[in-house]
Design a protein around this ligand. Structure first.
Ligand code: MG
Length: 407
């Protein structure tokens, strides 16, 4: 809309100067005496009243007020076009980890086989995990400490990257890791199979603990969904925005999160360039697509999206690629931004309409077109006052945006 206003303003200048010149000539040639004095005064009045302040202020004022209002509610706009485009999106692609979910694994539950207690399984696993850098390990150690369990330092520690860790604790040989690690070591996970399947269906990751070559229990760690995510997804869908999940994670976990949120279309094990490709194909099909993400892997899709939305809790790369940042990573911010987009565009329309109407009425008046009918001319002083009033009214109308309800 700013571009449109700029194009119009570029012609506006020439047109106004032409009208002023015609006014001078018209009055000078055909006007009553002293005709050239009338001509000069009216030409000046035309220039003053047409000073396109209201036109120039119409969109930037709305954008400035909207940007400030959005920032106050945790939504940062880097780009005015995003404010205008957000109301038009019909598809939102969302990343899972860190966008729909907290992105930080938290302890979920522990199961023990007969002969072990849950506390004992947790204590041994946490003792072994103290040496690990892995976020899943961190969640387990944190839980054991919170439960007041006394951790011991492992005598030996070995990390088999990706599948688990092993070591010696209190003279016992421990192994902690996924099914692949257990299979490799010949430890049967049969007795906890049903438990594990159920926990996986809830969207958790499972780690088995083996003590001296026999299964002792399992620990489930989950990446909890952010408290506001469900409401945000529901309200977006009710608004007619289709929500699609695209995640690098496995399909089982992805589907389980999608099921809890009522998201129907899920793309799992997606590489960064595939997210961008998905975005491009939807855009080619004529959709207006927004993307919400937090990671480096989301950056290409964020940059390509009609509106890219980054989580303020995520990576800098994502924020730099996106036009919108949700400061606290709260997806309800997208809804606030959309309401604001609708209110802002309406406000810009009002401002532009007013600026045009004002000029359409003011210029003929200043040129003395109505003089034969009314016998009055517009003094340049009144023209100057009218011009100020028109600018002020655009500013006040833009300020009304601050009162707009966007929640
Ligand atoms: Mg992510």
């Amino acid at each position: 809309m700013q571009r449109l206003a700029d194009v119009i303003a570029s012609y506006f200048v020439i047109v106004v100067i032409a009208i002023a010149a015609l006014t001078l000539l018209g009055w000078g040639v055909w006007g009553p005496e002293p005709s050239w004095v009338f001509g000069l005064i009216n030409a000046v009045a035309v220039m003053i009243i047409a000073c396109p302040c209201a036109l120039g202020l119409a969109t930037p004022m709305s954008v400035m007020v909207a940007t400030g209002k959005a920032a106050g509610s945790g939504v940062l706009f880097r780009d005015a076009a995003a404010i205008e485009n957000l109301r038009k999106i019909d598809i939102l692609i969302v990343d899972k980890t860190g966008t729909l979910t907290e992105g930080r694994p938290a302890f979920h539950s522990v199961e023990a086989v007969p002969g072990f207690t849950q506390d004992e399984v947790l204590r041994l696993a946490a003792s072994l995990d103290q040496g690990s850098e892995h976020p899943l390990a961190h969640a387990i150690v944190e839980q054991a400490r919170a439960a007041g369990l006394k951790l011991v330092t492992p005598e030996t520690f070995e990390s088999a990257s990706g599948i688990g860790v092993s070591g010696q604790v209190e003279g016992r040989r421990l192994m902690l890791g996924n099914t692949a690690l257990m299979q490799e070591a010949g430890v049967s996970t049969e007795s906890l199979q049903v438990h594990a399947e159920k926990l996986r269906g809830d969207g958790t990751s499972i780690m088995y603990l083996a003590v001296d070559g026999a299964l002792a229990g399992l620990l489930a760690v989950a990446d909890p969904i952010k408290p506001t995510t469900k409401l945000a997804v529901e309200r977006l869908q009710a608004d007619g925005v289709k929500v699609i999940m695209a995640t690098g994670d496995g399909l089982t976990t992805a589907r389980s999160v999608a099921r809890q949120l009522g998201i129907e279309e899920v793309h799992g094990e997606v590489k960064p360039q595939d997210k961008e490709r998905l975005m491009a194909s939807l855009q080619q099909a004529g959709h207006r697509v927004a993307m919400a993400g937090d990671g480096i892997n989301d950056a290409p899709a964020l940059a390509r999206a009609d509106v890219g939305i980054a989580m303020g809790t995520g990576t800098d790369v994502a924020m730099n690629s996106a036009q919108v940042t949700l400061v606290k990573g709260d997806l309800l911010g997208i809804l606030r931004a959309r309401s604001l987009s609708v209110a802002t565009v309406r406000n810009m329309h009002q401002n532009l309409t007013f600026a045009f109407l004002y000029n359409a009425m003011g210029i003929p008046l200043a040129a003395g077109l109505f003089f034969p009918l009314t016998g009055h001319l517009l003094s340049p002083l009144i023209a100057a006052l009218a011009m100020s009033v028109s600018s002020a009214s655009v500013v006040f109308n833009a300020l009304r945006l601050r009162q707009a309800s966007i929640d």
